[in-house]
Design a protein around this ligand. Structure first.
Ligand SMILES: Nc1nc2c(c(=O)[nH]1)N[C@H]1C(S)=C(S)[C@@H](COP(=O)(O)OP(=O)(O)OC[C@H]3O[C@@H](n4cnc5c(N)ncnc54)[C@H](O)[C@@H]3O)O[C@H]1N2
Ligand code: MOO
Length: 344
């Protein structure tokens, strides 16, 4: 790249290589002169008024990429399934959600891109629930011109990763609920869990297949879980009886069905006594009573992922630890808070 410096008075007939922007009280007020503009005699006083004594004419070499071209190439390479993009504006390209769903960010690819010189990509946290039109990410280059090799390296990272930023749509799943606890089963107390699970499942476009009740009996709970699976549940949620009392037999009942336990005990508070298991392909969530007593719990971190069709592994639950502590604010601001935002 070669830069020619020309005094404004002598610039008539030259083509501007980038916008000249008016700044009022520190704020950019849009371009006074657009890129590609051919400078005329009558432009000179205005350019001087904008404080320009010199203008700079860029001669790009074949291996140079202008910031706006680079921005578009980055956006095209990064924008995955379920995303749209706009720009460039000063090289920045923004990615938006094309539909409601779960934002997935490929963190190793994100970090590799940001480790390149002169390129940035900044995103919302992985696993954020997004609505159509939500801003998801912004990418740009830092200088006015970058080497072709830099853009190629970023494009290669995206190609090799397969995807960098995408939105998984929520699937309409049938949620089977088994509510445990002899006190509820025997109608001594009224069930408070069913409505909570219904509301959370419906918020992500799923519906309840059915709600069944079981006493604190391992065999009965296991049989009811199996019945939900036979009736076509895509996901089964078992509530209560997850703690340390001798009659807290729900974890044992889940194991008794033959389900493979990914993890019992989760580094999320509230949600410590949570269990995730898989009965074949069907996720079985053992949800402790905190899922009913607290507005936001581990259920809000994992249910959207399961309803977006994601297979959740032990390592995903382990990764909840960083950011898994709810601050229990007097007024809940979730999802606009740190709960669940540190995990991979
Ligand atoms: N000694 C310890 N106690 C507790 C521990 C512990 O580690 N050591 N862990 C605490 C944590 S953390 C949680 S979370 C809860 C988990 O409790 P459970 O899931 O076992 O809940 P239950 O004992 O079954 O019920 C607690 C409470 O809620 C009522 N309940 C239960 N289900 C329903 C329902 N469907 N509708 C209405 N009410 C319901 C139940 O009657 C109990 O009163 O354990 C802590 N304790
Ligand atoms: O499952 Mo309890 O945190 O963990 O309230």
């Amino acid at each position: 790249m070669r830069i020619q410096t020309i005094r404004v008075e002598e610039a008539v007939g030259k083509v501007l290589s980038h916008d000249i922007t008016k700044v009022v009280k520190g704020e950019s007020k849009g371009a006074s002169f657009k890129k590609g503009h051919i400078i005329k005699v009558e432009d000179i006083p205005e350019l001087l008024k904008l404080g320009k004594e010199n203008i700079y004419i860029l001669d790009l070499e074949q291996t140079d990429v202008h910031e706006d071209v680079a921005g578009v190439r980055l956006g095209t390479a990064i924008a995955g399934e379920g995303t749209t993009w706009t720009g460039p504006k000063e090289s920045r390209v923004n990615l938006y959600a094309g539909y409601e769903g779960l934002l997935k960010v490929n963190i190793p690819a994100l970090e590799a891109i940001n480790d390149l010189p002169d390129v940035i990509l900044s995103t919302l946290p992985n696993n954020t629930v997004v609505k159509k039109g939500d801003l998801l990410a912004g990418t740009k280059v830092i200088p006015l011109v970058v080497p072709e090799q830099t853009v190629l390296s970023a494009e290669n990272i995206c190609r090799q990763a397969g995807w960098v930023v995408k939105v998984l749509p929520f699937q309409s799943q049938k949620v089977g609920v088994v509510i445990t606890g002899s006190e509820v089963y025997k109608n001594r107390i009224r069930d408070g869990f069913g409505p909570v699970i219904k509301e959370k499942a419906e918020a992500y476009g799923s519906s309840l297949l059915g709600v069944d009740f079981a006493p604190d009996d391992m065999e009965v709970i296991a049989a009811k879980i199996n019945k939900m699976a036979e009736h076509g549940a895509d996901i089964i949620i078992v509530t209560g009886g997850m703690s340390v009392d001798p009659d807290d037999v729900t974890p044992k009942a889940i194991r008794l069905t033959g389900a493979k336990v990914e993890k019992y005990g989760a580094p999320a508070l509230p949600g410590a006594m949570f269990m995730l298991a898989y009965l074949g392909d069907i996720p079985v969530m053992g949800v402790p009573a905190c899922g009913m007593f607290f507005k936001i719990t581990i259920v809000d971190l994992l249910l959207p992922r399961l309803l977006a069709g994601e297979r959740v592994f032990r390592r995903d639950i382990v990764a909840l630890a960083h950011g898994g502590l709810c601050k229990a604010c007097p007024e809940c601001r979730y999802p606009n808070c740190t709960f669940g935002k540190g995990s991979n």
